[in-house]
Design a protein around this ligand. Structure first.
Ligand SMILES: NC(=O)c1ccc[n+]([C@@H]2O[C@H](COP(=O)([O-])OP(=O)(O)OC[C@H]3O[C@@H](n4cnc5c(N)ncnc54)[C@H](O)[C@@H]3O)[C@@H](O)[C@H]2O)c1
Length: 477
C-alpha cells in the first residue's frame, strides 16, 4: 500500500520530472528564449560543485554553513555584523555549541569565507536566507530583516541564481513580499532566477538531531525552483519533502511551532490544576506516556522562551486577520504560557510564607539557569528575565547562576539586567540565599549540592526528580 505522503511525493516528483523534460526538450517558445540553463545549475548542485551563499550567520545560519561545507560545496557566508564576520574568518565560533575547532576546520579546508560585502552575492549559485523574524513592540510580524536582506540581494541578483528563504514567517512572505522586490530589476522568478522557501528546523543543542539529520520541507515558485531547491538540499540533509508551494512550506513551519505552543500551554494549565489537587503533573505525564498510541508528552515549565515558540504563532494570528479569522487557540495558549512566571512566583511566595513565615520582600533568591532552554547559551525571550522582574518587584534581591551565560549582555528588552554576572555555585553562596529557583535545567549544575545547601528549592523543570534527588526543601512549580 502506498501511503498518502509517499503518493504526494510521487506526484511532486512527476511534476519536477515534467519540468526537467520541458527544460531539455521544448526548444520553442518561452523555453527556447530562456537564457538560463536550469539543467546546468541542477548538475552543479548534484555534483556539489556550486558555491552556496548563506545570509545571516546566527544560531540557524552557522550550523547550516557547516552542513553544506561537510557535503563538499564551497560557502560564502554573509552577515551585517562585522564582528561575527571577523571572528569566523579568524576560525573562532561565537555560539557555544558550535566548537571553535569546527570553524577553524572550515577555514583550513579553504572552502569557507565570511563577508559583510553584499556585492559578492554575484559569486554564488544559491542564496539561503536565515535572518531574524521577530515581533514588533505591538506583537506584529517584523519583516524588517527579511525585507532589508531582499533589498540588498535585488541589485546583485543575476540570472540563474536560486534564492531560498529559511526564516520562519507567515504564508505569503516569499511570493508577496520578497518576489516583487527581487523582480524590480527586470528579472522574473521561475524564468531568470528561482525562488523557494524551506523552513529551518534547527534545534540548538540537540545532539541527536543536528542539521544534516533533520529532513527539510521545500516549496518552490514553479517546478524549476522546486526541482533545484530539492536537488540542492538533498546533498546535505537526510531527506527533502517537496510541497506544492512556498505558502504550504511556510504554513508547515508555523504549524509545527503552533503545535508545540498550544500543547505546552495545555500541560502548563494541567500543572496548575493538578498542583491544586495535590497531584504531580510530571508523574501524570510519565505514566500517560506509556500509552503506545494517541499521546505525545509535552512538559510544563516557567513560561515559553527562545526565538521561535513564543513568537512564530503570532505570525499566523496576524495574517489570519486579513481573512477575518481569529486564531483563538493560539491566543489562549499565549495567555496561559505568559501567565506561567506569575504562577511560579506565587508558588515561591507561598513556600516562603508556609515554611519560614516570610514574605518575598527582603529575601535573597538565586535563579538557576537563565538561558531559555537547557545546555545552550541563547537567552532570547527567556522567562528568566520576567521571573527576575517579578521577584524584584516584590522587594527581593535576585542573583543568578548559569554556566552558559557568564554575564547578561545588553538587550533592548532587559537593559536593567545587563552586566550582571553569574555567581559561583559554592555551598556558602547557596546557604546565603533564602531560596533557589530552577528556571532552566542545565545538565552541568550540581542539583544535589543545591538541594543540600539551600533552605528552599523551587523546581520548575522537575530537574531534581530527574537527577534522583528527593528532599524536603524541594517544591515543584
Ligand atoms: N534559533 C532557532 O532555534 C531557530 C530554529 C528554527 C528556525 N529559526 C528561525 O531562523 C531565523 C533565524 O534565527 P536565528 O536564531 O538564527 O537568528 P540569529 O539572530 O541567531 O541570527 C541571525 C543573523 O542574521 C544577521 N543579520 C540580520 N540582518 C541581516 C541582514 N540584513 N543581512 C545579513 N545578515 C543579517 C545577524 O547579524 C545574525 O548573525 C528566524 O526566522 C528564526 O525564527 C530559528
Amino acid at each position: 500500500m502506498v501511503s498518502n505522503a509517499a503518493a504526494d511525493k510521487a506526484d511532486m516528483q512527476r511534476d519536477m520530472k515534467a519540468s526537467r523534460t520541458a527544460s531539455r526538450g521544448d526548444k520553442s517558445g518561452a523555453a527556447a528564449a530562456r537564457a538560463v540553463d536550469v539543467e546546468a545549475l541542477h548538475r552543479r548542485f548534484m555534483a556539489r560543485e556550486a558555491t552556496i551563499g548563506v545570509i545571516g550567520l546566527g544560531y540557524v545560519g552557522l550550523p547550516l554553513v557547516g552542513a553544506i561545507l561537510d557535503s563538499g560545496f564551497a560557502v560564502l557566508g554573509f552577515d551585517i555584523d562585522a564582528e561575527k564576520v571577523a571572528q569566523l574568518n579568524a576560525g573562532r565560533s561565537y555560539i557555544r555549541h558550535i566548537p571553535a575547532n569546527a570553524v577553524a576546520g572550515w577555514r583550513r579546508a579553504g572552502r569557507f569565507n565570511a563577508v559583510a560585502d553584499f556585492a559578492r552575492l554575484g559569486e554564488v549559485d544559491a542564496i539561503l536566507i536565515c535572518v531574524p523574524t521577530p515581533l514588533t513592540r505591538h506583537r506584529e510580524p517584523d519583516l524588517a530583516y527579511v525585507v532589508g536582506t531582499t533589498e540588498a540581494i535585488a541589485p546583485q541578483l543575476r540570472p540563474g541564481q536560486l534564492v531560498v528563504l529559511e526564516s520562519t514567517t507567515y504564508p505569503g512572505t516569499t511570493r508577496e513580499v520578497m518576489q516583487p522586490i527581487l523582480e524590480r530589476g527586470g528579472l522574473k522568478s521561475g524564468i531568470d532566477f528561482f525562488l523557494a522557501y524551506s523552513p529551518e528546523r534547527e534545534d540548538p543543542g540537540n545532539t541527536q538531531f543536528s542539521t544534516t539529520k533533520i529532513p527539510k520541507v521545500v516549496g518552490g515558485d514553479g517546478p524549476d525552483a522546486l526541482r533545484l531547491v530539492t536537488a540542492l538540499y538533498d546533498q546535505f540533509v537526510s531527506g527533502t519533502i517537496p510541497v506544492s508551494s512556498p505558502e504550504t512550506a511556510e504554513a508547515v513551519k508555523l504549524t509545527e511551532n503552533i503545535f508545540r505552543a498550544v500543547n505546552i500551554a495545555l500541560v502548563n494549565e494541567l500543572k496548575m490544576v493538578y498542583a491544586a489537587m495535590g497531584i504531580d503533573v510530571w508523574e501524570v505525564i510519565k505514566a500517560a506516556s506509556t500509552k503506545p498510541f494517541g499521546f505525545m508528552p509535552f512538559y510544563p515549565g516557567p513560561g515559553l522562551g527562545g526565538h521561535c515558540i513564543p513568537i512564530d504563532p503570532f505570525y499566523l494570528t496576524w495574517k489570519a486577520r486579513e481573512y477575518d479569522i481569529s486564531t483563538r487557540f493560539i491566543e489562549l495558549a499565549g495567555e496561559v504560557n505568559t501567565r506561567m512566571p506569575h504562577y511560579v512566583v506565587e508558588r515561591l511566595a507561598g513556600a516562603l510564607n508556609e515554611r519560614f513565615g516570610k514574605g518575598v520582600k527582603g529575601t535573597r533568591i538565586l535563579l538557576l539557569g537563565i538561558a531559555y532552554k537547557k545546555n545552550v547559551d541563547d537567552i532570547r525571550e527567556s522567562p528568566a528575565f520576567r521571573l527576575m522582574e517579578l521577584i524584584e518587584a516584590r522587594g527581593a534581591t535576585v542573583a543568578y547562576h548559569d554556566p552558559y551565560v557568564p554575564e547578561i549582555p545588553l538587550s533592548r528588552e532587559h537593559k536593567e539586567f545587563a552586566g550582571r554576572r553569574s555567581v559561583a555555585l559554592t555551598p556558602a553562596a547557596l546557604r546565603d540565599c533564602d531560596a533557589a529557583l530552577i528556571c532552566t535545567d542545565h545538565d552541568e549544575v550540581d542539583y544535589r549540592l543545591v538541594a543540600e545547601c539551600c533552605p528552599l528549592l523551587v523546581d520548575t523543570r522537575n530537574a531534581c526528580a530527574h537527577a534522583g534527588i528527593a528532599a524536603a526543601s524541594i517544591v515543584k512549580a
